[in-house]
Design a protein around this ligand. Structure first.
Ligand code: UD2
Ligand code: MN
Length: 784
């Protein structure tokens, strides 16, 4: 202490003062520096913060995952899981996190799997998420294991106060029950009997209306007349310019179809959700919750899994008119749509569909569609074999005058079944749906609005996910669009960020889609037939989504995903029905028809990605295409190149795999075509005779001439190219292959390679030698 005091006397004091002053100075300096940095960045930061806040606000329910690749990003509504046949697994979110983790898994990429036509890769993804328990039986164990949560006695206590319904994110939505039912009823099987029972109790004329439009009294018991009144009221209120500042559903852009500018009266989207009897809040799967099936039911779950390739045992216990969370972006419920929207016929085609899912699909349409817009529901039975889909279904559906059943006399496949439904439809618009879906509130009007604005718009709802294992309703990420990769494999991908920014897109704006998934869309009926509907030559399943997508875009229409319209769908790992012929062959054949009619010169890319065998006409008969080709001409449709350039510009496509000079490493010269024969010359890029393509057909090609073996010998010549001729095909890899840069003859049984003769400078076919530089060839440019 003394030492310090002494030190602070005299010159020490000055030193200390200087030290303290410089520290203070330094601190000021740093602060000033920070301030100036803040200044420089403030504009950027401000913009970022506002943007992020905006995104957060908009996405409080749905986190955006910038999605690269082919996944169908799933999120799960954070509701607790109930436990079938016993207590509940309470903790909301924990189970969800299991799935979320699953949801982030990398989906199998195209390279990982054998192409299967227009398989929805999303279903693969789900298979991968839960591949361990795809037998259903292991579900309980694996989920509880990860979750590690004790089983609770009671299911979730959900609050049924829908008054705030659309305002509150579903994950935290409080829903207050208006009535309670005996707990044991929650475990009742909600099959045919129960529904009939409920209907009998409720009186068939009674409808139970749950309006999720904000500020509507919740859970009001009203009859159908009152529903109409309600619709009118909403409309009048909106027309009066009610207190809410309502935004038009669509931002009309200059140049957009002029019909959009017609002055018509509008109303706020109707968020109807009717039921025939009050909803049982404790019912399994209510509000789209996950249900964990007790381990002792494993065998039963497994036994019934194959009936639909999803948890059929569980589905049968979930109410056929359960509520699901309103997953629309916030603004959707406030959007305005026109009063005079066209009516629609909803067409469900099915073959051997599971009873409870078929009913849930139909009820979701009946309950959540404005009655005046729903002309009818057409059920097309594609020659199902299950008994319950005959008399029992007729009897059940007889209660609903709007439901019509058409039965096909032989199995037609979903494409011709849809055509059969369309042929008898009376609505202005056709709305196709799969038979294992659940339409969400307010799903229909936003679709019909788009058709109303422009009859050539073909709107699709966002396809959300109903888990095949626990039947929970899961959200998907925003800004997802349907795309394809070669060989015409459908997948989802996020709209590129630059595009979102450039177009100032919000999460509720329609998303232009290069291709549709296939199952769920609305289309103006007359336009559908003008387009020649589907190619009736497509069989059973697969490829029709590519056909209709190319046809729509190339012949003047547009495909859009409408984020304010949402429909859940059960993605299954496998088709649960039989294919009359081989599945793979059926899908390949369908795709080849589409490629031949619509892809122009780009069809090489389709064949070149694993489908060269389809070019062998003796092995595959793709049927007659005259009518389809005529139709394309008649409609004056644009080229596939136009489609790629204008609709799917981010798909980088090259018509050849490699091109330019073909340099032989041993000879250090380039291949040249002189007077119909091949020789070697000093490499010169300006010499057209030295330019070759390596095509998707695996040909070494110059104009219409291809490098070919000469007769039976080992010499070589040029031959007119013929895509169906396997002898003209070469296997070639520029790198990462044991025989990199070798041209390996595709047709020879052993590995035979193209070799430059040292002396004569001619070409030969010799056994492949990895290090022989005279067998190594290099192109100027590689594209694949
Ligand atoms: C997707 C589409 C589906 C269809 C298919 C390709 C979605 C959600 N689903 O596969 O609509 O475009 O890709 O073709 O986009 N069906 C019949 N007869 C048959 C086969 C199927 O009526 O011979 C019915 C079936 O019961 C179902 C619908 O057609 O209701 C679609 O079949 P899926 O569910 O097996 O097709 P999915 O969802 O795997
Ligand atoms: Mn389906």
């Amino acid at each position: 202490m003394m030492k310090v005091r002494r030190y602070l006397r005299g010159s020490g004091r000055v030193l200390a003062f200087v030290f303290v002053a410089s520290v203070i100075w330094l601190l000021f300096d740093m602060a000033a520096l920070r301030l100036s940095m803040n200044d420089a960045n403030s504009q950027l930061l401000k913009e970022r913060v506002i943007r992020e806040r905006e995104m957060l606000k908009q996405q409080s329910r749905v986190t955006q995952l910038v999605n690269l690749g082919f996944k169908h990003p799933v999120q799960r509504v954070d509701l607790a899981a109930t436990h079938a046949g016993g207590g509940a697994l309470n903790p909301a979110g924990k189970l969800a996190s299991v799935y979320r983790r699953g949801g982030r898994q990398r989906p199998p990429m195209l390279e990982d799997r054998k192409p299967q036509g227009n398989d929805i890769l999303a279903s693969d993804r789900f298979r991968s998420v839960a591949s361990k328990h795809n037998d259903g039986g292991a579900l309980h164990n694996s989920v509880t294991q990860k979750q590690g949560a004790p089983a609770h006695k009671k299911a979730v206590n959900l609050d049924l106060n829908i008054a705030n319904g659309t305002q509150v994110p579903p994950s935290v939505q409080k829903i207050k029950p208006t009535h309670k039912i005996r707990a044991d009823r929650a475990r009742d099987s909600v099959g045919n009997e129960k529904v009939k029972d409920d209907l009998a109790k409720a009186g068939t004329k009674q409808a139970h209306l749950v309006k999720t439009t904000p500020r509507q009294p919740a859970n009001k018991d009203v009859n159908r007349k009152e529903v109409k009144e309600e619709e009118k009221r909403v409309r009048t209120k909106d027309l009066d310019g009610g207190e809410e500042t309502a935004k038009p559903a669509v931002r009309l852009q200059a140049g957009e179809n002029s019909t959009a500018l017609r002055k018509q009266s509008v109303h706020k989207v109707l968020s109807l959700d009717m039921t025939h009897s009050p909803r049982d809040v404790n019912a399994l799967g209510q509000f789209g919750q996950a249900v964990i099936v007790n381990g002792d039911k494993d065998a039963e779950v497994r036994r019934r899994w194959n009936e639909g390739h999803f948890n059929v045992y569980l589905s049968d216990q979930i109410p056929v008119d359960r509520a699901i969370p309103d997953t629309r972006p916030d603004t959707c419920a406030q959007n305005l749509v026109h009063d005079n929207l066209p009516s629609t016929s909803v067409i469900f085609c099915f073959v051997d569909e599971v009873w409870s899912t078929l009913l849930r699909s139909v009820h979701s349409v009946l309950n959540r569609s404005p009655p005046h817009l729903l002309k009818e529901i057409i059920l097309v039975d594609d020659f199902s074999t299950r008994d319950y889909l005959k008399g029992q279904l007729d009897e059940y559906m007889a209660q609903f005058p709007k439901v019509r059943i058409i039965r096909l006399k032989e199995r037609q496949g979903l494409i011709r079944a849809r055509l059969a439904g369309a042929a008898v439809a009376k609505g202005d618009v056709l709305t196709f749906l799969d038979s294992h879906i659940e339409c969400n509130v307010g799903w229909l009007e936003p679709l019909l609005e788009r058709v109303y604005l422009d009859r050539k718009k073909v709107p699709c709802p966002v396809i959300e996910v109903i888990s095949d294992k626990d039947m929970s309703y899961m959200l998907v990420d925003n800004f997802q669009r349907g795309i394809f990769k070669w060989p015409l494999v459908f997948g989802w991908s996020a709209v590129p960020d630059e595009y979102i920014k450039k177009n100032n897109m919000t999460i509720s704006d329609p998303i232009r889609c290069p291709v549709m998934a296939g199952g769920l869309f609305s289309i103006d009926k007359k336009y559908f037939f003008e387009l020649g509907a589907y190619d009736p030559g497509l069989d059973v399943w697969g490829g029709e989504n590519m056909e209709i997508s190319f046809k729509i875009w190339m012949c003047g229409g547009e495909i859009e995903i409408i984020p304010c319209s949402r429909v859940g769908h059960i993605f299954r790992g496998q088709n649960p029905y039989k294919f009359p012929k081989d599945r793979q062959k059926t899908v390949e054949r369908n795709l080849a028809r589409v490629a031949e009619v619509w892809l122009d010169e780009y069809k090489d890319l389709f064949y070149g990605h694993g489908y060269l065998h389809l070019l062998d006409k003796k092995a595959t008969d793709i049927g007659n295409l005259t009518e389809q080709i005529e139709l394309r001409k008649k409609l004056k449709c644009k080229s596939f190149k136009w489609y790629l350039d204008n609709v799917y510009p981010d798909m980088k496509v090259s018509l050849v795999k490699a091109e330019g000079l073909v340099f032989n490493r041993g000879l250090r010269k380039c291949l040249a075509l002189q007077k119909d024969s091949l020789s070697f010359e000093t490499c010169d890029l300006s010499e057209q005779s030295q330019h070759f393509n390596f095509t998707w057909m695996k040909q070494i090609r110059q104009r219409d001439l291809c490098v070919a073996p000469q007769g039976k010998g080992s010499g070589f010549t040029l031959q007119l190219c013929d895509n169906t001729e396997p002898k003209l095909r070469w296997f070639y890899k520029s790198s990462s292959s044991a025989l990199a840069e070798h041209f390996i003859a595709d047709f020879a049984s052993q590995h035979m390679c193209l070799e430059a003769e040292r002396q004569s400078g001619s070409l030969r076919l010799n056994p492949c030698e990895p290090s022989n530089t005279f067998q190594k060839w290099q192109f100027t440019r590689y594209h694949a």
